[in-house]
Design a protein around this ligand. Structure first.
Ligand SMILES: Cc1cc2nc3c(=O)[nH]c(=O)nc-3n(C[C@H](O)[C@H](O)[C@H](O)COP(=O)(O)OP(=O)(O)OC[C@H]3O[C@@H](n4cnc5c(N)ncnc54)[C@H](O)[C@@H]3O)c2cc1C
Ligand SMILES: *[C@@H]1O[C@H](CO)[C@@H](O)[C@H](O)[C@H]1NC(C)=O
Ligand SMILES: *[C@@H]1O[C@H](CO)[C@@H](O)[C@H](O)[C@H]1NC(C)=O
Ligand SMILES: *[C@@H]1O[C@H](CO)[C@@H](O)[C@H](O)[C@H]1NC(C)=O
Ligand SMILES: *[C@@H]1O[C@H](CO)[C@@H](O)[C@H](O)[C@H]1NC(C)=O
Ligand SMILES: *[C@@H]1O[C@H](CO)[C@@H](O)[C@H](O)[C@H]1NC(C)=O
Length: 575
């Protein structure tokens, strides 16, 4: 019975089994400048205050500290305290940790899809599947970035956090399968985003330890940076000029773990700034909590409007992920993403293996009041009989522990857009986020083409050893249709089309972005439009997910903007 419920683990790439006992050889960096927020003074002054020590915030802070006094306020704890976070085999258990101090804060989008946000120094790079790949040159051009500085910034990141993955049998079979079904050419190992099949970089070293954005803080000048952990920013404060001059950010209010309020203010100098790097959920949320957002919504929550900015929280997007779980008659290695097929039709095929049964969302959901989904409204339509049938299918095919892997696809872009609204004025609460998966027909078309490619890969000669010949593709699809991968409505599984499969079994690949778009909420220098001394630098500024997976470009952007800001302030000082 427990096993049936645990089937859910498969789909969230959950429950990576421990096949190897990794030795702890790497020494975690020890930073003298990282402290707990309860040691912060009532008020202190800095040149730059960065909200969010995440994937963008860490490289940004390290860079700015080379020329200025920098404060980082991170609501989570240290990734170095907890070996569970660092090791690859704990990928799924960490995501499922629902304790208040967990590095993962679960949320469910209004679409009924389980999701998670980071709450730890290093941000999403501490939780993620580790795949590292740059944006394509077209993306860089379209963003209007300086290509030379972009390349230098990627290299700066790569020197510290990236590795070549040890490609073993199962991932090799996926790669060979992709090549066999025509996702060509074979691009070998590269960080570049190019059409065809490749092996990408990873932030896991050869022993399975992750190297995160927090490791980039080793570039910081320890005499000019302070990082407070368990520092939850409540709001940004402004000089409010009542129409006589521009509104200017001048500080932030944050709370430590005991709920004690502290203030950080900008030193008086026109170049000094507050920089929001709280991620695609946190940054639009904090702008709104600080009075920058749609005025009607802010007023409804009793928030004083600083700037009426209806586009804050608009254009939220999450690339849909759909997957097929393939039980294997042979043992498979433990792997997260290593290989990717970049198809010509805008679907990226990736894979992970060595999955066991980790945890059950279904069991935990009703017990967590933070996960405010009305299950009456959005029931999981799979009946208990269907569930148990799916369990039998899997159990019949695989021995215990279950082995196999998932082949998944991510739709590029996406084109479908959603929105984010405040639920409460508490920054700890999740806002309501709607992604509108597959609202745009092109996204659905790409999903279906991606599913067809996955099916071809599973049927390829290269993959023969890793699937049960007696298990048809339809049986594999049926398994997925009968486990609660999300809270969406299910359609009759007898006559299901791949279109309906995409819609019904959609998951997140956690590449959600948007909410503070360049051109609407921030300008091309990432300055918040309508106020002074405030920028947003993180994934909330993206209008499309860069590369096949975004983290390389998020870290790059932190470094890139840090360099740009320092250069500008030096040239301004020289004048
Ligand atoms: C499970 C998972 C798997 C993924 N797999 C991959 C992958 O394999 N490859 C890849 O390239 N990408 C992957 N990603 C995506 C990638 O990790 C994210 O896109 C990226 O980390 C986002 O960076 P960010 O800087 O925008 O936000 P984050 O890294 O989330 O940083 C935001 C930070 O702000 C902090 N914060 C928020 N609000 C406040 C507040 N009020 N006060 C103080 N601090 C606050 C948060 O705690 C967090 O540390 C994955 C993500 C997840 C979650
Ligand atoms: C690490 O994980 C184990 C098993 O999942 C758990 O018992 C332990 O408390 C975790 N350690 C920390 C520091 O969270
Ligand atoms: C930047 O790097 C990419 C490869 O990642 C390369 O194609 C491009 O020519 C480089 N551009 C510059 C200006 O160096
Ligand atoms: C782009 O970046 C390079 C490398 O940092 C720098 O030398 C160059 O001046 C920059 N170009 C422009 C137009 O700013
Ligand atoms: C702002 O200015 C207007 C007139 O321009 C005045 O009526 C109003 O009282 C002022 N508000 C505050 C809070 O000072
Ligand atoms: C859930 O939705 C149902 C039907 O719309 C409604 O009757 C019920 O009160 C809701 N429950 C909660 C807890 O909001």
């Amino acid at each position: 019975m427990g096993l049936q419920w645990d089937l859910i683990g498969i789909i969230t790439l959950a429950g990576i089994l421990m096949f190897h006992c990794f030795a702890h050889s790497e020494k975690a960096p020890y930073y003298t400048f990282v402290k707990d927020a309860n040691s912060a003074p009532e008020i202190a002054y800095y040149d730059y205050i960065i909200i969010g020590g995440g994937t963008a915030g860490c490289p940004l802070a390290a860079t700015l500290s080379q020329g200025a006094r920098v404060l980082v306020l991170e609501r989570g704890g240290s990734p170095y305290d907890n070996p569970n976070i660092t090791n690859m085999e704990n990928f799924a258990t960490t995501l499922a940790d629902m304790s208040p101090r967990s590095p993962a804060q679960q949320f469910i989008s209004q679409d009924g899809v389980f999701n998670v946000r980071a709450r730890v120094l290093g941000g999403g790079s501490v939780l993620n599947a580790g795949f590292y790949t740059r944006a394509d040159t077209g993306y860089v051009k379209e963003a209007g970035w300086n290509e030379t500085l972009v390349n230098q910034s990627y290299e700066w990141v790569e020197k510290v956090v990236t590795f070549k993955p040890p490609l073993m049998e199962w991932q090799s079979a996926v790669r060979d399968g992709l090549l066999e079904v025509g996702v060509l050419p074979n691009n070998g190992f590269t960080y570049d985003h190019v059409s065809g099949t490749k092996v990408g970089g990873t932030i896991f070293d050869t022993e399975g330890h992750r190297h995160t954005a927090a490791d980039l803080l080793q570039y910081a000048d320890p005499t000019r940076i302070t990082v407070y952990l368990h520092a939850t920013v409540q709001k940004i404060s402004f000089n409010y000029n009542n129409g006589t001059a521009r509104t200017r950010a001048n500080g932030v209010i944050f709370k430590d773990v005991f709920g004690v309020e502290h203030r950080a203010r900008l030193n008086k100098n026109s170049k000094n700034e507050i920089i929001l790097s709280a991620g695609a959920i946190g940054s639009p949320q904090l702008l709104m909590l600080s009075g920058i957002g749609p005025s009607e919504q802010l007023e409804a929550h009793g928030i004083k409007v600083m700037v009426d900015q209806p586009l804050v929280g608009r254009g939220m997007a999450d690339n849909p992920m759909n997957a097929i779980f393939v039980p294997s008659p042979r043992p498979v290695e433990l792997s997260l993403i290593q290989v990717v097929g970049v198809t010509k039709f805008g679907s990226y095929i990736e894979a992970a293996s060595g999955l066991g049964f980790g945890y059950s969302w279904a069991q935990r959901l009703p017990r967590d009041p933070g996960l405010a989904v009305n299950q009456t409204d959005q029931p999981f339509m799979g009946s208990p009989e269907a569930m148990s049938e799916a369990a039998k299918t899997i159990n019949a095919a695989a021995s215990t522990p279950l082995r196999g892997g998932v082949v998944l696809e991510k739709v590029t872009g996406p084109l479908s857009r959603g929105h984010l609204e405040l639920r409460t004025t508490d920054p700890n609460d999740n806002p309501a986020v709607t992604f509108n998966y597959f609202e745009e027909p092109e996204d659905l078309k790409r999903c279906v083409e991606g599913m067809n490619t996955i099916i071809d890969v599973i049927k390829s000669n290269a993959f023969l050893e890793f699937r049960y010949p007696t298990m048809s593709v339809r049986a594999l699809l049926t398994v997925m249709l009968n486990v609660p991968v999300n809270l969406r409505r299910r359609h009759a599984r007898a006559a299901i089309s791949l279109e309906q499969y995409c819609i019904d079994t959609v998951m997140t690949i956690w590449h959600y972005h948007g909410g503070c778009h360049v051109g609407t909420v921030v300008d091309h220098d990432y300055k918040v439009i309508g106020v002074d001394a405030l920028r947003v630098i993180d994934g909330s500024t993206f209008s499309g997910s860069p590369g096949t997976n975004p983290q390389a470009t998020v870290m790059m952007l932190g470094r890139y903007m840090g360099e740009k800001i320092l250069r500008e302030s030096y040239s301004r000082r020289r004048k």
